[in-house]
Design a protein around this ligand. Structure first.
Ligand code: A3D
Length: 321
């Protein structure tokens, strides 16, 4: 069987880490693309030189030409700029919208059958722009944010409970902003709901509240520490989990920014929801019941996403509704 082809558009911090993980997991051959000459070529060569040591077989090629992504099975997009301390994700709209239009045109021309994962921020708006610019079916274009946000939530909970990260499952809904909605009621340790663990004395409500707050601000915490860019290891791991579920038809239930057509009362926007990812892309969206407080937080998050998409429509009216 021929190897899968994976195109990584953007060869920066996340792009390089994506290439390393793709190699270590032997998901396929890699094309690393960037507008900066030398960077994707240098990273690809450095990475492939690690292959004899790590024992993986993959071709890795750096390029500045979209023609080289031709026929890619998966495309992961990180092209654009990350935020710096003091910036919100929303401050990136103007620059990254133009980048998404260029990248979308490249995908439209050379990889129209790919499963496309967008990571560029502000995520929920950029994945919306990318889908329009690429012209692919909405179920083949998704945004990565929920896997990362819920991994942060899971890690903080596992640390607090003193148990393995493997046994903590957590759930974050809504847009990838500071008003995302970590759902305590649907988070659990080995199937035991988090509110029950509070009642059983494993933790306190105050500690859970603090973890929810830290999760919401998780991206900013790392930007504040790094000072020169944003998180890249965990975002790359998150996107690879999504790519693997698609390529191996694992049908994992992963929170991601999926295009809604009425689910959760939202139509025509990309929003973070749990979705089944398999060989057909986003195969099914899980629509959980929300209580009034969760619904209120979700609505607030949707308003932020809607506002960002409206500003994209104003800057680029040709993208349509
Ligand atoms: P960085 O290391 O700066 O890499 C971005 C790369 O994009 C650079 O190598 C640029 O040269 C390249 N680039 C810029 N313009 C273009 C273009 N027009 N065409 C092709 N390549 C271009 O950033 P990074 O890898 O740390 O982050 C990439 C993006 O991911 C940023 O927008 C971050 O904000 C975003 N991000 C999202 C999450 C989510 O959870 C959604 C998490 C972390 C970072």
């Amino acid at each position: 069987m021929a190897r899968n082809k994976i195109a990584l558009l953007g060869a920066g911090q996340i792009g390089g880490t994506l290439a390393l993980l793709t190699g270590l997991k032997e998901l396929g051959d890699i094309v690393l693309f960037d507008i900066v000459e030398g960077t994707p070529q240098g990273k690809a060569l450095d990475l492939v030189e690690a292959s004899p040591i790590e024992g993986f077989d993959a071709k890795m090629r750096g390029t500045n030409s979209y023609a080289d992504i031709e026929g890619a099975d998966v495309v992961i997009v990180t092209a654009g700029v990350p935020r710096k301390p003091g910036m919100s994700r929303d401050d990136l709209v103007g620059t990254n919208l133009k980048v998404m239009e260029q990248v979308g045109a490249g995908i439209r021309k050379y990889a129209p059958d790919a499963f496309v994962i967008c990571i560029t921020n502000p995520l929920d708006a950029m994945v919306w722009v990318l889908q329009k610019a690429a012209g692919l079916p909405p179920e083949k274009v998704v945004g990565m944010a929920g896997v990362l946000d819920s991994a942060r939530f899971r890690y903080f909970l596992a640390e607090e409970l003193g148990v393995s990260v493997k046994d903590v499952s957590a759930f974050v809904l809504g847009g990838h902003g500071d008003d995302m909605v970590p759902l305590v009621r649907y988070s659990s340790m080995a199937g035991i709901p988090l509110p029950d663990l509070v009642r059983m004395g494993w933790t306190t409500q105050a500690k859970v509240d603090a973890i929810v707050d830290r999760t919401r601000k998780g991206g900013g915490e790392i930007v504040g520490l790094l000072k020169t860019g944003s998180a890249f290891y965990a975002p790359a791991s998150s996107a690879i989990a999504m790519a693997e579920s698609y390529l191996r038809d694992k049908k994992r239930v992963l929170p991601c920014a999926a295009f809604l057509t009425g689910q959760y009362g939202v139509d025509g926007l990309y929003v973070g929801v749990p979705a089944v990812i398999g060989a057909a892309g986003v195969e099914r969206i899980v629509e959980v019941e929300l209580n009034s407080s969760e619904r209120g937080m979700f609505e607030k998050s949707i308003q932020s996403v809607r506002g960002l998409v409206e500003s994209c429509q104003q800057i680029a009216p040709h993208l349509g509704a």
